[in-house]
Design a protein around this ligand. Structure first.
Ligand code: ZN
Ligand code: ZN
Length: 368
């Protein structure tokens, strides 16, 4: 007997499927499941499902003052089954973060800030003595299933006088630790974007990729994507949205798309203030923004499921396949206009919205 069967389901391709779940895992997917289950859920004809949405850039260590939120407020209640906290904590406080997230409904993982206390202050990389490689290595040994990579914020307000040095240290930590995934935040110079990108390799994640700043990927004089950004993109650096309060600009995203450049993953950089007051609100709204830019829903869904799972080695997540975790998002596409605002106050109107209806995490169903 199965624990749960989802009936009358379909993905965006409209193919009818039923999904059988046992012990928190997807046990089977087929057009018709004849077995019985303790519980069944039947989707309405307007509902779709996908693998559970993964937001790979959030801030959800609730004990911080600067950037913080609560995992279930940005996760399960928003159709997001897994969140990756992007460097809110470092080696000194990630243990506490780990312990207080064990009873959350939402799956929580973390990128370890290379600065040992994380983002307690805005300039966590201005003092290089806060980067202690042996402490990072110890944290990785203590929480191997929780820490899925490391984070370095490479912008003026964070690094102070240190220029590119913190990224060099992050790359060393990465190569000394089985080539861990690395996420790099970009913003105002110094360091220059070109210096940051020159140090990044294939698979490294560049977050805030479509920010509207001078030191972003768009050359504001020529209105073209900078050649250094194209070089990084071509060598396999992963462009990640990381919308945030200050880091998503419609025109940059549109210009990139026009030139043939797309973000590989879509994430929010959400925390309590930009969730309550905008412009982020939630992952669905960020997905709508990429839709209005011109991405298809199919590719948007891949960019919040399979791609982030692959980038951060979440090997049992991001796909609807037997043996994978039973993390599923049930949603509707609603033909209704909605005005969307980017981080610089520019607006676009989407004609279609994506609305999470139910979130299934480890086989447990939650209503949205
Ligand atoms: Zn950032
Ligand atoms: Zn962030």
């Amino acid at each position: 007997m199965l624990d749960l069967i989802i009936r009358n389901a379909k993905e965006l391709n409209q193919e009818p499927v039923e999904i059988g779940i046992l012990d928190g895992k997807i046990q089977q997917i087929s057009s018709k499941i004849s077995e019985e289950a303790k519980e069944e859920v039947t989707l309405s004809d307007t509902q779709y499902l996908s693998a559970g949405w993964i937001d790979d850039h959030v801030h959800c260590y609730e004990k911080m003052n600067l950037y913080y939120d609560y995992p279930d407020k940005i996760g399960v209640s928003k159709g997001v089954t897994t969140v990756i906290d992007a460097g809110t904590t470092g080696a000194e406080n990630i243990g506490d973060f780990y312990h207080i997230t064990r009873d959350k409904k939402t799956n929580v993982f973390a990128l370890l800030n290379i600065s040992k206390w994380g983002i307690v202050e805005q300039d966590e990389l201005a003092d290089l003595t806060k980067i202690k490689e042996e402490k990072v290595a110890q944290a990785l040994r203590d929480y191997p299933d929780f820490i899925v990579g490391i984070k370095a914020r490479m912008s003026k307000s964070v690094v102070g006088e240190n220029g590119i040095t913190p990224l060099e240290l992050a790359k060393k930590i990465q190569s000394d630790n089985e080539h861990l995934p690395l996420m790099v935040h970009i913003g105002s110079a110094p360091p220059e974007l070109s210096e940051v990108l020159a140090k990044m390799e294939a698979g490294d994640v560049l977050t805030h990729c479509f920010n509207g700043k001078e030191n972003g990927i768009l050359d504001h004089e020529t209105d073209k994507i900078k050649e250094v950004a194209w070089d990084a993109y071509r060598k396999g650096v992963v462009f990640d949205i990381g919308h945030g309060t200050d880091s998503f600009n419609f025109h940059v995203a549109e210009t990139a798309l026009k030139e043939g450049m797309k973000a590989r993953s879509i994430s929010t950089d959400i925390y309590v203030r930009n969730r309550n007051n905008g412009p982020v609100f939630d992952l669905a709204t960020t997905m709508e923004k990429l839709h209005v830019v011109g991405y298809s829903w199919e590719e948007i869904l891949t960019k919040v499921t399979a791609t982030p799972a692959e980038n951060f080695h979440l090997t049992t997540k991001g796909q609807l396949q037997p043996g994978f975790d039973a993390d599923i998002t049930i949603f509707e596409l609603v033909d209704e206009d909605k005005e969307l605002t980017d981080s610089n106050g520019f607006t676009r109107v989407t004609h279609q919205q994506i609305k999470p209806i139910k979130t299934i995490i480890g086989g447990v169903i939650y209503d949205n």
